[in-house]
Every structure is written in C-alpha cells, then in structure tokens.
Ligand binder design. Structure first.
Ligand code: TPP
Length: 893
C-alpha cells in the first residue's frame, strides 16, 4: 500500500506553542462555562475583527473528517434500543428481499439487470426516513415529498412488499412490465417511473442530476404556493436521497445557491456517500465528503456530516492527541474503499497501524470488532440524530453527507468491491453469508432458492413497521391521481381579439402574451396560471405582466426599482405570480415541472406557461422535459423566437430548426407550429380544456415567433382541422399543385401560390399545417388499425388530400425530417423543403433564400413537379423567379 510521504502532508508551523495553548484553553473554558452559542459568537466577532484589521483570514470551510453532531448532542432513539433493534431487523429483511428480487430476475433472464449494492448501502438511510420522518398525505396533512435514489428502487419495492402494497407475485415481475401486463399484474419498473407505475412513483429520478434540481425547485414551488395563499403552510418537507457520484452532474449542484437564497428550510438532501460510483471511487485521491461540504456550505447550506457509527464514539474519546482524526483526515477515499473491502486484520495493520496513537486505539478492539466498525450511514441512532437536526433546522436547507459502504453486507462478493455496482448475481456461498451477516431466519434451502421473507403479521417487526407508518400518515411512495379539475374560461373570453383580427398585424408571441394576460385577469381561473421565464420576459414583450401580476420573491421587494415611475415597473412581491428564474433553463423547467404536477403532488391543479428561447428548450434541457413527461406534467411549453429563418440576425446557436422534431419523440407531448393568432387561440383553448377540465396526461409544446403577420380572422369550420393538424385556406378543386405551409412560412406558401398564378396561371391550393406530429401520429394509428382489424378509417392527411393527384409540396422553418414524417400518408407525389444546415445571421429574406424555403423557391419546386423534366422551361422560370441555381445546398456549408 502506498501512502503519501510525510513531506506531502502540509504542516502548520506553530511559532509560539504556548500562546496557541493559551488561546485554546480560553476557548475551552468559554465552551465549558457559557456553552457553544457563546463560543460561536466570540469566534464570529474575532473573525469580523480580523477582517476589519486586515488580517485577511478565511475559514478553511472544511471541518475534520468526523461527525458534525457530537454524541452528547444526540437525542434518544424513539422507543429506545428495543425499537432500534427491531428497525435494524426490518432493514435486514429489506436488504434481503431487494437482493432476492434482483438476483431472481437475473437468474431467470440475465439481460434484465438491476442493482444490489446501492440499496445495500442506503438501506438504513431509507429505513430511518420511513420509520420516523417521511410523512404521507392524509386527510389533515398534505404530505412530505420524497425523491428516491433511482437504483435503490429494489429496496423501495421490498418495503412495499412488507407493507402489503406489493405481493410476492408482483416482485416476480421486477423489470418485466410487459410480461406482467399479459398476466394481469402491474410489473415493477426498473427505476421510479410514474408513467409506468402511476399509483406508486411520484418522481422520475433515473437520469442522474434530475432528482436534485427538481427537488430544489419543488421546495421553492411549495413556498410559492404557500406565499400566494394557494396552499396552507403545514411545515411540509422535501427530502431527496441521492448518490455521491450523482453530485458530479452539473444539474445536481446548479441550484444550490437558489435553495439557500430562498432559505428553503423545507428541503433536506441526504447524499449517500458510499464513496463509489459505477466504475470506481467518486474521488479516489481525495474526499468527496469534504468537497461536498465545501460546495454546500459555500452555497449557504447547513451541512451535517454523518460519517462514523456509535462504536467509533469511544475511539474518538480515547484519541486525546487527535491522531485518529488526523489519520481519517489523511486517508483518501480510494483507500477508505480498500479498507471497506478488507477484514479487521487488514484494517488493524494498515489503518490503525499508522501511528503509535492509532495503534493503541486499535489494540482495544478485536479483529472482529474492527471488522464491524460501522460508518455513520449504517447506524440508525446517528442517522436519526442527523435527520432530526435537519428537520428542525431553520433558515437554511440542509444536506446530510452520510458515509456508507457500497454493497454493505455483501461480504467478499461485493462490499467495497470495485465492480459491486454491476453485481446482479450472487453464488450460494455469498447468499448464505449474507443471511448470516444479517441474521435472517432462512434455511439454507430458502436462501438458495432466494425465498422472499415476510415475518408473520403479529411479529414485532410487522407490528412496528405498520405502527410507524400509521403514525406518519400512511404508506410511501404513493402518487395521487389528482382528480381536482378547473373550469377554463370560454375561448372568446381569453382570445376574442385573436379570433376577430381583420388583418391587424401582430406576431404570434404578441398574441400569446395577450392571451396569457387575459387568462391571468380571469377572476377565478387567473390565480392558477403560472408564467415562467428564464430572463427573457422583455424579449417576448411580457414586461407588462411584471406590474399586472408581479414577480414572485419570497422577500418581497427590498429596494426601490429604478423604473418605479413607469407604469410597467419591475415589481417583485411575496405573492407575485411570475417565476422569473434568471438565466437557468434547467431551473425554469424544474419550476414548470413542479407547477405542472401540482395537481398530483398537492392536489391543486396549476397551469404553468414556460416561455423561452425555443433553441434552448428541447435540445438543451431535453432530459428534464422527458422527466416531466414521465411524471405526467400538464402545462404549456412555449418555444418563442422559434424558426431557423424567422429569428433572423441571432445566428447559428440561437436559430431553432429542430425543437419540433425532438418534441415529436415524446409521446404525451402535443406540439404545434401555428401561423395565425386564431390558430394559437384555438390550440391553447383545447389544450387548457384537455389538461385542466378533462385531466388528460398530456402537455403542449407550441412554437411562436417574433415576426409580425397580417392576422386574418378565424374562418368558419376550421377549428377541427387546426387541432388535428391541417386545414385548407381555400379549396380550389382544379388546383395543379398543393402547398403545405406552417407557422411563419405559411405566408411564403401563399406568396408562392400567387407567383404561380401570376406568371404561369397555375392554380395552387394552400394548406396550413399546424402540426406534422399530430398528423403523423394519426396516420400511424390509422394504418395500423387497417392492418390489424381491417378498419377502413383513413389517416387524416390522406382523407384531406384525396381526390386529386396534384403534387404536394411541404415547406417548413424546421428541418425536413418534420414534414417528412407524414410522407406515408400523402396520396400524391410529395416534396419537402426545410431548413437543414447551420443557421447564420442575416435578414429573414436572405435566410429563407439560403435555405430554399422562400416563396420563389417554393414556386420553382412546384413548377418542377407540374412540368416534370422540362429543363429549358424550368431554367427560364428560375430566371423569372430570380433564384440562383448554382447556390450550394444549405446543409453542406
Ligand atoms: C444521466 C445519467 N448518466 C449515467 C447514468 C448511469 N448510472 C446509473 S447509477 C450510476 C452510478 C451512480 O453512482 P452514485 O450516484 O454514487 O450512486 P451509488 O450507486 O453509488 O449509491 C450511473 C453512472 C444515469 N442513470 N444517468
């Protein structure tokens, strides 16, 4: 074993040891006589004075590698050591059943996967939560909110099995959701997935980093609801149990300062520091706990280090010269892992053998006792103390850094092993050892067969388990369907201006903001609307809402805004309605998700509108949107400044030509690319009705643009077409070509039709396609029904375009993949034009020419289809249209 040499270890040089001693003794006597409160006060004053007098001193931020809570500060364990012993036995049963479930599944089907080692390390952390802290929703209390570490799911299922929510047969369908449905069971999803287990899981955490940031904004949204008087303040908590490896994800740490800035003392993170991730140590050459302590404390969190179990208390008491603490401070995580993976004799030699002092401490223990020394996250009494301190802490969020061993109890088969994360099978010997280690009452035969173990109903364990959950309001996790509905104001009430426009000019963003403003004014419905922006409200013309409904701030407004004199001044208020998140799309979407799931999490339906730069949505935070979809979010995502050629000057990284394609990949995301204000109004109205009145588990993605358009009034009879995805702007039975346009490019199609008529007397029929995705989904379903049941129902696209062989040309401000999605359903020659390639800055006209979606290009493409291969005629037409036939393909430059 190689250890850093003494010269590598920084030494403090003490120039006057006697003086140091005097200072320390002074502190000691303050502590003894006046207590820690006074000691803290004096240290703060000293620190302030040092700053003032230019000493330039800063606290090292890290505390020693020991527990934050000292033994004498620990509260008694509720129910005493008897209750603790029962809970330890319950935890052992959970460990076994979780392990048995995973190993069984993989014995039968090696490909199913699953994890044993993560829950083995987290079991005690969960058990203390379940037995003492995680409160369920009942008639009086709305419930705590818990985010579960995803790959600890087997342990959560194991608990639900003991509690009676899952049967032994259910456990047999772990990771077999399809087969389970075939035989009438529900199947257990690999990770927490509300889409797949809608009565069980609340929050999808499977993609690392999503849980932590979502939990922070959930806690903040809870406060928002309380401050706005929409929820009673019941002291509810948001708990999040996460892995130390997961903290590497940028999203995990991204919102730490928001949590402390907002003083979210309703938020508690438990980071399971088993020091390992999938491939190896999280920080082999350092201390992940120290690093997280620095980060969380620096961001303003209350940090509780929970590193060592009770059996270490006596060792620290004997550590008069601090040699043991020094040894722990020096031992890097990679080494701690090696110690975890080895036995007492090894640890005596290599850990306690480091100095005479530590050797002497080690000598007071047998090898077996050394082997059994527990880390803090495996000691229920210590865990209880930490949770209690966190739950009662005021004014700051708390993180508990709980040190554990990965694969705890898996012995030589997995404890602290480099490969333990991936372990899904255990040999017989290891199973028997696991049983013995946790004293499980199973025969050898039962072990080999991986029998699940459930104590009798009248056993102390089962009685205790049920009694604890009864005291905490019921069982967890549970997802509530959220049956409450809201009545949406009539279409005319929020969008009359958009239906009767008579050619007035306005952009779709302006229309949206006006509709939103009207909804917010509705005296019943308005209060449930949650406008969310990530520092772009002014870009979207939303500044008037600042004054109208105010910007939420938990502190109100402590300053006089510069623009106080203006009628639209920047108004922050404790009951403000807008969530102005600053420049964090990840944060804004997390707020949106919290609001969009409030119908289920709080039983209070809210309607969030997150309005953002469309390029920074699906591609930037797509995984967060995917997670929102999984948890059945209901609300509107508004992709503003959309369209690769419509945004104009902003250039390559801002111009979105793909978000609608990504949106199409999410099954419950209903997306539209409206051209006219009336289309938008009809879509919004239907969306609100589906989500708020009918309770459909869908959310809407709508692109809007900043290009002014002459807005026609709503024609008769087109509403159904708008919603289904296409309608005709004016039928022309003899048309030689059909043009499909969308969003801002619809007018290019209209202009192209005029050019064709003007120069070549060719009749073109123009259609507005509001949603290729809805059309494609309908087409797929209709064709499948034809194949499977001989149904004669046609795809909507086919029905609309039938009866003519005239070619169809689709043009979009998005990549061609979007209009290509309906090709199979178009009953005529079909050509698509789109914006494939890198965006660039220029005028809309030049951009549309560059991407060949400009009216002249549409007209030329139509001529190619109508005339076929008549080259000379086409070249002549190109000259008439003024298009450059030699320009490069947009996607090649
Ligand atoms: C975004 C993302 N990347 C990668 C993974 C794959 N993955 C699942 S668990 C895991 C390691 C987790 O380590 P840690 O957070 O320390 O938890 P532990 O299992 O050690 O408790 C990884 C990389 C994932 N689920 N999500």
């Amino acid at each position: 074993m190689s250890r850093p040499s003494d010269s590598d270890i920084p030494q403090d040089i003490d120039l006057d040891a006697q003086e140091t001693q005097e200072w320390l003794q002074a502190l000691q006597s303050v502590l003894a006589e006046a207590g820690p409160e006074r000691a803290r006060f004096l240290l703060s004053r000293l620190s302030a004075a040092a700053q003032q007098w230019g000493v330039n001193w800063r606290d090292a931020r890290n505390t020693p590698y020991v527990n934050t809570i000292r033994p004498e500060q620990e509260p008694p364990f509720p129910g005493g050591s008897d209750a603790q012993a029962i809970e330890e036995r319950i935890a052992s049963i959970m460990r076994w059943n979780a392990l048995a479930m995973v190993v069984r599944a993989n014995r039968a089907y090696g490909e199913l996967g699953g994890h044993i080692a993560s829950f083995a390390s987290a079991a005690d952390l969960f058990e203390v939560g379940f037995n003492h802290f995680f409160r369920a929703r009942d008639a009086q209390f709305a419930g705590d909110v818990v985010y579960f570490q995803p790959h600890s799911a087997p342990g959560i299922y194991a608990r639900a099995f003991l509690e009676g929510a899952l049967s032994e047969e259910d456990l047999a369908y772990y990771r077999r959701e399809i087969e389970a449905k075939r035989v009438g069971r529900q199947g257990l999803s690999s990770y927490p997935h509300p889409w797949l287990m809608p009565h069980f899981w609340q929050f999808p955490t499977g993609s690392m980093g999503i849980g932590p940031i979502n939990a922070i904004y959930q806690a903040r949204f809870l406060r928002y609801m309380e401050h706005r008087g929409l929820l009673q303040d019941q002291g509810r908590k948001v708990w999040g149990v996460f892995g130390d490896g997961e903290m590497d994800e940028p999203e995990s740490l991204a919102a730490l300062s928001l949590a402390s800035r907002e003083k979210l003392d309703n938020l508690i993170f438990v980071v399971n520091c088993n020091l390992q991730r999938l491939d190896g140590p999280v920080r082999g050459n350092g201390h992940i706990v120290d690093e997280l302590e620095t980060l969380f404390a620096g961001a303003g969190w209350n940090v509780i280090k929970l590193l060592w179990g009770s059996d270490w208390d006596g060792l620290f008491a004997r550590d008069k010269d601090g040699e043991l603490v020094d040894a722990l401070n020096r031992t890097v995580d990679g080494q701690l892992q090696t110690f975890a993976a080895n036995d007492g004799a090894f640890n005596r030699q290599h850990f306690f053998g480091q100095t005479p002092g530590t050797r002497a401490i080690g000598a007071t223990l047998t090898d077996e006792e050394i082997n059994r020394l527990r880390r803090g996250g495996h000691d229920m009494k210590k865990i209880f103390s930490a949770y209690q301190a966190a739950a009662s802490h005021r004014g700051q969020p708390t993180v508990i850094l709980a040190q554990t061993k990965k694969g705890y109890g898996m012995g030589a088969a997995g404890e602290g092993k480099m490969t333990t994360h991936q372990q899904k099978k255990l040999d017989e010997e290891s199973l028997l050892q696991f049983r013995d280690r946790f004293k499980l009452p199973l025969s050898d035969e039962q072990c080999r067969e991986l029998a699940f173990y459930k104590p009798a109903d009248d056993s102390p364990e089962m009685k205790h388990l049920h009694a604890r959950r009864a005291a905490l309001g019921g069982y967890l996790p549970r997802r509530h369907a959220g049956d409450a509905r809201r009545t949406v104001p009539p279409l005319e009430a929020h969008s009359k201006f958009a239906l009767e426009t008579d050619g007035k000019e306005m952009s779709s963003t302006m229309a949206l903001v006006r509709q939103l403003g009207n909804l917010l004014k509705d005296k019943d419905f308005g209060q449930y609307v949650v406008p969310i922006v990530a520092d772009e409200a002014r870009t979207f013309g939303m500044a008037n809402l600042f004054r109208q409904v105010g910007i939420y701030s938990s502190q109100g407004q402590l300053y006089e805004p510069e623009d106080i004199g203006s009628i639209l001044y920047y108004r922050e208020a404790k009951d403000g309605q807008i969530l102005e998140e600053g420049i964090t799309e990840a944060g804004a979407i997390s707020s949106w998700t919290a609001a969009a799931t409030a119908y289920s999490v709080h039983g209070t339906p809210m309607l969030p509108f997150y309005i953002y730069y469309s390029m920074f949505g699906f591609q930037r935070i797509g995984d967060l949107i995917w997670a929102a979809a999984d948890q059945r979010a209901r609300g509107f995502l508004i992709g503003a400044t959309s369209g690769r050629t419509t945004l104009g000057g902003e250039g390559l990284q801002h111009q979105d030509g793909n978000s609608l394609v990504t949106a199409a990949s999410i099954p419950n995301c209903v997306s539209y690319d409206p051209a006219y204000a009336y289309e938008l109004a009809v879509i919004l109205d239907e969306g609100m009705r589906r989500m708020m009145e009918r309770g459909d588990d869908v959310f809407y993605y709508i692109t809007v643009t900043n290009e002014n358009e002459a807005q026609p009034s709503l024609p008769d009879g087109v509403q159904d077409g708008i919603l289904r995805g296409m309608y005709c702007l004016g039928h022309k039975p003899g048309a030689q070509v059909r043009l499909l346009g969308s969003g801002p490019i619809l007018k290019e199609a209209v202009t192209a039709a005029a050019l064709l008529q003007q120069h070549w007397q060719i009749e073109a029929e123009v259609w507005s396609v509001t949603s290729y995705t809805e059309l494609a989904r309908d087409g797929v379903a209709a064709q499948r029904a034809q194949r499977l049941s001989g149904s004669d129902g046609q795809p909507y696209v086919s029905a609309q375009l039938q009866g003519s062989a005239a070619p169809v040309i689709a043009v979009s401000d998005y990549i061609r993949t979007l209009p290509e999605s309906i090709r199979a359903f178009v009953p005529a020659p079909y050509v698509t034009l789109g914006t494939d390639g890198f965006g660039r800055s220029d005028t809309r006209v030049n951009l549309r020419d560059f991407f060949e979606i400009y009216a002249r290009w549409i007209a030329y493409t139509a001529l190619c289809e109508v005339w076929g291969d008549e080259r000379s005629r086409l070249e002549e037409a190109a000259r008439t249209l003024g298009i450059d036939m030699n320009k490069p393909l947009s996607s090649s430059v």
